[in-house]
Every structure is written in structure tokens, then in C-alpha cells.
Write a protein that binds this ligand. Structure first.
Ligand SMILES: Nc1nc2c(ncn2[C@@H]2O[C@H](COP(=O)(O)OP(=O)(O)OP(=O)(O)O)[C@@H](O)[C@H]2O)c(=O)[nH]1
Length: 300
């Protein structure tokens, strides 16, 4: 016997919902028994196509890696909700609808259906358009528009996060500050557009040589900062030298001329009790020393 009055009510709300019968005892929904009109219109699968939760996971998340991740996030959300005595569990997921379109939804399920034992109501709120806008906004506010590496704001956030981690866990991190040598002359002799092209080539090169977790930041006009996690003096020095050499061997071609820019590079490694501001001053001083040494050099 199903509570048909509830199903009639669900049928008129504009949010996709399903009711599923629980045959196991693990608080997961197992067998969808009812899909409301909004579910059929927006997500599209019918009861025949999703007879149980396994099939639902297969059709909604066709990529096995993503499916495993969603499944893990979902069971974790249920576990946390139960531990906190909450009535619902919630997660967001990119669902493949029957039309083939993938859209982001917030999936919410009852985890304590006391009023309807063995029956769960699951709703799917479509947040796709909002999420796309928010992702774009995040990209624009954290990315340098010319070089597409992180902008200073993102770099500052990353720097503060690394510093907090260092304060808690004492794993040192390094800063590598790179400044293009005589960049003004490149602009003056070959034009600002050529200068832009050189900045893009250098950013690309730094990004290529940086590790996966390293943040490459356009810190200012012709200055790039690398925030390198879990790195001591020797590794930072080796990476800085690698970056210097990579830029020195770049072949930039512009209006028939070929040239190689060079970098002066300063390095600093976090020290106990040192603030972010003090660490930035240290790396600036190291960069200044590299310029003083005649440029195209690395200094600590
Ligand atoms: N093309 C281009 N130039 C920029 C941009 N941002 C800043 N600049 C220029 O970068 C130049 C930086 O020059 P300076 O800081 O004087 O240093 P430099 O000529 O590289 O000399 P050293 O650093 O002492 O070797 C200035 O001429 C700025 O106008 C940009 O987005 N595009």
C-alpha cells in the first residue's frame, strides 16, 4: 500500500522527485516506485528504466570513475546525516538525463522516514545554470585574463592557505618569484602586443614545468610567483633553476625576429614564526639580489 495522496501532491510540485521502497537496512533507497511529473519531464527516465538503485547509478552516472565518486559522496552524506541526527542527506551531482544532457542537481533524500517506514522521498533540484554562472565567476575572479594562470587574488589566497597548513602541520612550502629581465625594452623595441605574447609564453613555460600542486600566479606586470607546497630549500632551488633555464631556451618569434627572454628568480622557504608578509619580503629581497647579480640568475 503506497500513500497515494503524497504522490498526488508530489506530482504537482515543479521539482523532480522519486519515492523509493527500501528493501535493505542500510538506509539507501533501493527500488523506485513513483516518479513525479517533473522527474519525467526534466530527468526523463521511467520506472522501467530504473528498477533499482544500481541501475539508477549506471544511467545517471555512466562514467565508472565518476559513479564511484558520487556513490562514495552519497554514502558519506548519509552517514554524516545519521551521525548528526538529521532528517535528510544531501549532495550535489552531475546527472546524465535521458536526453543525454548532463546537468547539476542537488539530490536530497530522507534518511529517517519515520512517517513512512521503508519509503524514501528523493528530490532533485536543478542548479545547473547557477553552477555554470558561479564556476564562470570563480574562473574570472581567480584567473589572469592575459596569461590564464592564477591572478594575484587567487595567489594571495593560496599563499595564506599554505601558510596556515605550515603553521598547523610544520610542512614547509616555498615561494619562487620570477621577474622578466629588461621587459620594458621588449615592449619598447617590439611593441606592447609582442610583450603580451612573451608574457603568455613565459606563463605557459612556468606552468609546464611546475608540479601538479604548484600554483603559478601572475603577481604583477612581468612578475610571476610560484607557491610550491611541501618543498624545502634544495628542491625549491632545483625547480627555480629549471624554470630559469626553460625560459632562457624559449624561442620567441615575432615579426621575423627570434629571441629568448630571461628571468631573474628569487626563492624563499617558509620559516617558523614568519608571517606571510615577512616571507614575501624575503622572496622580494632574493629577487632583488638576482637582479643585482646581473639578471638571468637564481638567488635565495
Ligand atoms: N606588454 C605588457 N607589458 C606590461 C604589462 N604589464 C606591465 N607591463 C610592462 O612591464 C614593464 C616592467 O618593466 P620594469 O618593471 O621597469 O622592469 P624591466 O624592464 O623588466 O627591468 P628589470 O626588471 O630591472 O630587468 C613596464 O614597462 C610595464 O609597462 C602587460 O600586461 N603587457
Amino acid at each position: 500500500m503506497y500513500p497515494t495522496a503524497i504522490f498526488e501532491f508530489l506530482d504537482v510540485i515543479p521539482i523532480p522527485a522519486l519515492a523509493a521502497e527500501m528493501t535493505g537496512d542500510d538506509n539507501s533507497f533501493n527500488h523506485p516506485r513513483f516518479l513525479n511529473a517533473a522527474f519525467l519531464a526534466q530527468i526523463g527516465y521511467t520506472l522501467d528504466e530504473i528498477p533499482d538503485i544500481e541501475r539508477w547509478f549506471e544511467v545517471a552516472y555512466p562514467d565508472p570513475v565518476m559513479r564511484a565518486q558520487v556513490r562514495q559522496e552519497w554514502y558519506q552524506a548519509i552517514h554524516e546525516s545519521l551521525a548528526q541526527g538529521r532528517q535528510i542527506a544531501e549532495t550535489s551531482a552531475l546527472i546524465q538525463c535521458k536526453s543525454g544532457q548532463q546537468r547539476w542537481f542537488v539530490v536530497t533524500a530522507q534518511v529517517r522516514p519515520e512517517s513512512m517506514p521503508n519509503m524514501h522521498i528523493v528530490t532533485f533540484r536543478d542548479i545547473h545554470d547557477l553552477k555554470m554562472l558561479s564556476d564562470e565567476n570563480h574562473f574570472l575572479s581567480h584567473t589572469d585574463q592575459l596569461t590564464h594562470v592564477s591572478n594575484r587574488r587567487a595567489g594571495q589566497q593560496r599563499l595564506e592557505a599554505e601558510h596556515a597548513r605550515f603553521t598547523q602541520a610544520a610542512v614547509p612550502f616555498a615561494l619562487i618569484m620570477c621577474d622578466v629581465d629588461h621587459f620594458k625594452s621588449i615592449n619598447d623595441q617590439m611593441g606592447h602586443v609582442c610583450g603580451d605574447y612573451v608574457l603568455r609564453k613565459i606563463a605557459e613555460t612556468l606552468h609546464m614545468h611546475a608540479g601538479n600542486l604548484d600554483e603559478v600566479v601572475r603577481w604583477g606586470g612581468d612578475e610571476f610567483l610560484l607557491v610550491v607546497p611541501a618543498t624545502g630549500v634544495e628542491e625549491a632551488a632545483a625547480l627555480a633553476e629549471q624554470l630559469r633555464m626553460a625560459v632562457q631556451s624559449l624561442n620567441c618569434s615575432w615579426e621575423g625576429q627570434t629571441f629568448s627572454p630571461t628571468l631573474s628568480v628569487g626563492c624563499a622557504v617558509s620559516a617558523p614564526g614568519q608571517s606571510v608578509v615577512a616571507l614575501l619580503k624575503t622572496v622580494d629581497a632574493a629577487l632583488y639580489a638576482a637582479k643585482q647579480q646581473g639578471r638571468n640568475a637564481v638567488c635565495f
